[in-house]
Design a protein around this ligand. Structure first.
Ligand code: ADP
Length: 424
């Protein structure tokens, strides 16, 4: 028993670390690559049963997303993976065109498979699905703060309606009443849907027990899709099937007790609270896309260079929905986002060159920009700071650094302090 069993593709970098953290809870070794590795997949034996490739393809053109995901798939397959997981956000973040559906369709075709399921539920973080509708806590997705997301505003809670225009085949549902009857009932229902010509099936889940039953019913399918939580039971099921062995390892740990920085490009409700809380006792500089467009980055860079290394300053573009809408109206949505992402990316490099080694980053797209600018190629997964947000360790410009990539709505109000104190 060696080599890669499960190959995962994540549509953003925070999602990839979230998935890695939940899989690593089982004790199985997980390897996380940033982008498709530049090495021949057959050159060395994989020492990890699960390998994840993190891409930044959530909001790009669907054709480009498909191309990137198929490249990742081919690499993982050449690595030996027999089963595949397509990971997206627990709030089903997507544009009207994709990219959840187009990528799933393309992966099914490449696998010569007829059916997959979609389950973004993450009960530990308050994401549940009932009768095909996604809830954030007790609120339907479309009424949650996700309705104001700068890039993927979610204005419908019904996952079947969201997925239908994105895929070629029919969309079905295994509802909570079936899920509650256990894995055999789920399996039968999936079989029935397949005979009815349904390739894409949303599956309800409101609690971890539901996810275990769904995973038990479906782990033999070549392709599963969802948030991180559905993947959590897979290592134990694979071990039971004799596909891998679990070596009970504790999370990776390195000593990186060095100067820190917080970078936030998320405008999600929880991040807004976290930023406000952190500013009550730490220095901060607000990045305004309108000012960036007019005056460039010098003011922010100079401010950062003035901050002594015994402080952990925060640079943030995090703003209220009205300010985001204003910037988008003046600059265009894409340009406003790119200005912020480029600024965070360049400031991360300035911070590293200044000697900072612990980076806490908020926002999926923002984390992607920062990780790419730090030229990181692989992350070792450490302990979780909060569910789905681990510390990770990597090399950047010949230095070891610690990176925590936080998805917008994850973590408690004190997250930034929690993260830094957990490594101090
Ligand atoms: P989340 O994890 O909350 O979804 P992301 O980083 O994925 O966060 O997405 C937030 C997007 O909003 C990024 O593209 C970022 O550049 C953009 N953004 C951040 N602040 C602003 C702002 N003040 N005005 C306009 N766009 C912004």
């Amino acid at each position: 028993m060696s080599g890669t069993v499960l190959g995962c593709i994540a549509d953003d970098f925070t999602g990839a670390t979230d998935l890695a953290a939940l899989l690593a809870r089982s004790g199985v070794r997980v390897k996380l690559h940033i982008n498709v590795p530049d090495i021949d997949p057959g050159a060395t034996d994989s020492d990890a049963a699960i390998e994840i490739i993190a891409l930044k393809c959530r909001t790009i053109d669907p054709n480009l997303a498909v191309e990137q995901c198929l490249n990742a798939f081919d690499w993982l397959k050449a690595r030996g993976a027999k089963h595949f997981y397509w990971k997206y956000c627990s709030t089903f973040d997507s544009t009207a065109e994709g990219n959840i559906g187009p990528v799933a369709d393309a992966l099914l075709t490449r696998l010569n498979a007829e059916q997959t399921l979609y389950c973004p539920a993450f009960p530990e973080n308050g994401r549940s699905i009932f009768m095909g509708n996604l809830f954030v806590g007790q609120i339907p997705l479309s009424e949650s703060p996700m309705r104001d997301h700068p890039l993927t505003p979610m204005r419908d809670s019904n996952l079947m309606r969201l997925l239908e225009p994105q895929v070629k085949g029919n969309v079905g549902l295994v509802d909570r009443l079936t899920v509650a009857r256990g894995s055999d009932a789920i399996k039968n229902q999936l079989q029935q849907l397949l005979s009815d010509g349904v390739s894409h099936t949303i599956v309800d889940a409101v609690a971890d027990d539901d996810l275990y039953a769904i995973a038990e019913a479906s782990y033999q399918l070549p392709l599963l899709t969802g948030g991180s939580a559905l993947a959590m039971p897979l290592p134990a099921l694979y071990a039971k099937a004799g596909w891998l062995s679990i070596t009970d390892t504790s999370p990776h740990k390195e000593s990186v007790d060095a100067p820190a920085i917080v970078l936030s490009g998320s405008c999600s409700d929880m991040t807004r609270q976290q930023v406000a809380h952190y500013l009550t006792s730490n220095p901060g500089f607000r990045l305004d896309p309108i000012k960036l467009a007019g005056g460039g980055l010098d003011e922010a860079k100079n401010w950062l260079l003035e901050q002594t290394l015994d402080t952990a300053p925060m640079l943030y573009a995090t703003a209220e929905p009205e300010a985001v809408a204003d910037a988008q109206e003046k600059l265009g949505t894409q340009q406003a986002g790119e200005l912020v992402e480029n600024a965070l990316a360049q400031l991360a490099v300035t911070a590293r060159n200044q000697g900072r080694r612990r980076f806490v980053v908020a926002g999926g797209e923002s984390s992607g920009a920062v990780t790419q600018s730090l030229a990181v190629s692989q992350l070792d997964i450490g302990a979780e700071i909060s569910p789905g947000v681990p510390w990770t360790y990597c090399s950047s410009d010949d230095s070891r650094i610690a990176l925590s990539l936080k998805s917008g709505n994850f973590g408690a109000v004190t997250f930034f302090d929690d993260a830094l104190s957990s490594l101090a």
